[in-house]
Design a protein around this ligand. Structure first.
Ligand code: NDP
Ligand code: MG
Length: 377
């Protein structure tokens, strides 16, 4: 049987790789819907090639070419939720960037869809509310580390894990001194050593706010207590994460760094299909190295644990302030070192807010952004 998949954010790094990998298996998957924010040209090209019945451009309106009349196009931010809920088929790949994906993920779940989640900001901001909407078997991680943890837990049976070893490449500034990191340029921040990704997550990797978001993501996906999550810096990005059990066994998932592997695993689970990923050559690698994260140079990691401890909307505030600060950095409005300062201030001011319902999350998100924007000047 073919699985129908709606791809939210199909023009992005994850979206494009998802299309590449599902095109290897036309007998297994078909695309039910596609969305982009502003890149109408690529969206039209994708619609022409994949022939979904539904598509959306969420950031602006555009004239639809005449030859695409087989597809219904929707426009504007609400179209994301509509596509998530109304696309045919079982699966929705959430690959938009930022908290913009939250309402769409909730809408997908309300419509009974399986959610394949790349869009970690949604889980970080929505936390408990998202998990309440996701019974077992309805939410599959795409993030490579969380896919790795999920894979390591297959076969664990009733045995609880003791600890999650969440690996991190350390980003381009791992070996820089603290003062130099403060004034890093946009070009330097965008030069990720091992992964080729969208601009926002690449900046997050440089500041290690990506790992902060992933600590929080792991908490929700695997029902982990904060002290059960250990970040391990592993610059080669070969061990994608590991899980430790009480008998001392540690099970890790390894492979060449290629997002097509976790993307396809979420789509084909529990089956494994061909991805075209480069075979792992341990002899060529020679050695794998591991380090403790430096939370003095990268305060993001510390802030994630603080946000988990605070609970409520603290993680939502961390995410929103980081989104604002990271985009401000990308637009060269603030120096790199200002990103954690802005997030810290937002957490300080709004970290105590509740997150019981979508309205609470919206409010915390808005207040955090307001504080962050006020600090840009
Ligand atoms: P990109 O920036 O490459 O792509 C983002 C996609 O979302 C594009 O299709 C973009 O459309 C669309 N989009 C942007 N803003 C909005 C918005 N406000 N509303 C609706 N759609 C929007 O991001 P990535 O693919 O790198 O990342 C996507 C998500 O996956 C992020 O949450 C990221 O953290 C996560 N992730 C990414 C990894 C990677 O390797 N790239 C690895 C692990 C997780 P348009 O092209 O028109 O702007
Ligand atoms: Mg990751």
């Amino acid at each position: 049987m073919k699985r129908g998949i709606a791809i939210l954010g199909s023009t992005g790094s994850i979206g494009r790789q998802a299309i590449e990998v599902l095109q290897l298996h036309p007998d297994r998957f078909f695309v039910t819907a596609l969305t982009a924010h502003r890149n109408a040209a690529l969206l039209f090209e994708q619609v022409r090639a994949l022939r979904p019945r539904l598509a959306a451009l969420t950031g602006e309106e555009a004239q639809v070419p005449a030859d695409l009349s087989f597809c219904e196009f929707r426009f504007g931010p609400h179209a994301l939720e509509e596509v998530a809920a109304q696309a045919e088929g079982e699966d929705v790949l959430a690959a938009v960037v930022g908290v913009a994906g939250l309402k769409a993920v909730m809408a997908a779940r309300k419509a009974g869809k399986r959610v394949l989640l790349a869009n970690k900001e949604t889980l970080v901001a929505g936390g408990q509310m998202v998990m309440n909407a996701c019974p077992p078997g309805s939410l599959f991680p795409v993030d490579s580390e969380h896919s790795a943890i999920f894979q390591c837990l297959q076969g664990a049976g009733p045995n609880p894990y003791e600890k999650i070893l969440l690996t991190a490449s350390g980003g381009p500034f791992r070996t820089w001194d603290k003062a130099a990191i403060q004034t890093a340029t946009v070009a330097q921040a965008l030069g990720h050593p091992t992964w080729n990704m969208g601009a926002k997550i690449t900046v997050d990797s440089a500041s290690m706010f990506n790992k902060a978001l992933e600590i929080i993501e792991a908490k929700w996906l695997f029902d982990a207590r904060p002290e059960q999550i250990q970040v391990v810096v592993h610059p080669q990005s070969i061990v994608h994460s590991a899980v430790q059990f009480r008998d001392g066994a540690v099970i890790a998932q390894l492979g060449s760094p290629d997002m097509k592997v976790p993307i396809l695993y979420a789509m084909s689970y529990p089956e494994r299909l061909e991805t075209g990923a480069k075979e792992l050559n341990l002899f060529a690698l020679g050695q794998l190295t591991f380090e403790k994260p430096d939370t003095d140079k990268f305060p993001a990691i510390r802030m994630a644990y603080e946000a988990l401890k605070a609970g409520g909307a603290a993680a939502c505030v961390l995410n929103a302030a980081n989104e604002e600060a990271s985009y401000a950095f990308l637009q060269e409005k603030i120096p790199f070192g200002r990103i954690p300062e802005i997030v810290a201030e937002a957490l300080q001011r709004h970290g105590h807010l509740p997150a019981d319902a979508l309205a609470d999350i919206d409010r915390a998100d808005a207040l955090a952004r307001e504080t962050a924007r006020a600090m840009l000047d």
